[in-house]
Design a binder for this molecule. Sequence first.
Ligand SMILES: [Zn+2]
Length: 275
Amino acid sequence: MGRCAMTREPAKRQPCAPCAQRAAAERSSAPPAGAAASLGGARHSFASISVGAQRQGRGSGGRTAPPTDRKALFCHQCEQQKTFNIGYYLQAETEIRMDNTTFASVFLGTHNMKLNASAAGVIPTVYDEEKKKLSRIESVADLCDAIKRLQDQNAYPPSSGALPVFFIPFGKQLRGSSADTLGWHIANINSHCTDLVGPLKGSRVVLVDVDPEGKTCAKVLLHEMGHAVGNVDVPDSPMIMGPCDPAAPQTPPIPCDPDGKQNLMTATEVKKFCS
Ligand SMILES: [Zn+2]
């Protein structure tokens, strides 16, 4: 399937299986140029860390880290300020998810990073006479088509190597097998699109669902940006790389909380944003 879908947290807190598959697929293939060098190895060391009770691995009896370790774990700051650039695309009738950009901006600011989000283009849409509304991106093929058209207009990829982020309402086929898909980090867009529309420039693409009837989750953008720098899913975790719980507070994390309850990435995960 290869789909890195960030899902809403199901009632039974099942791990995000599609993401796990994607992560496994990425680990087994060389990362594209410019990607974080190490995609593997991290997953197991984080799998058992949860906010509020940091455990040092499943085999250690769940020992709680002392506060100083916890601070080092969560309060990592990039040595030099780094700007993370995203170029976002909207459809004519959709809006950027401001809660997502605020969440990402506050989080990155905590770690000496700046989020620079700039508009990169408007996704071409056509009026559907039958449905009496603007066409949606319903499928991966629609997405490929839209990106190809943006590329032909020189609006894709975004300038200065920014990460392309599409804020679009997810159509059923785009959502794939999970009705709860809220975001998608596509490591190599050409693995989906070349056969359909020919080669596209760039590789990584992030999608964030803006379906007004869907549930919202403020950490989706940051979660997918986490994938873009090489972080993997951490199933059953309330942290950024875990699944989304729309019932949880959707407020940005508190900077470097000494109790560790609001620091939602480990230092190792944050470091990948710094490089
Ligand atoms: Zn994910």
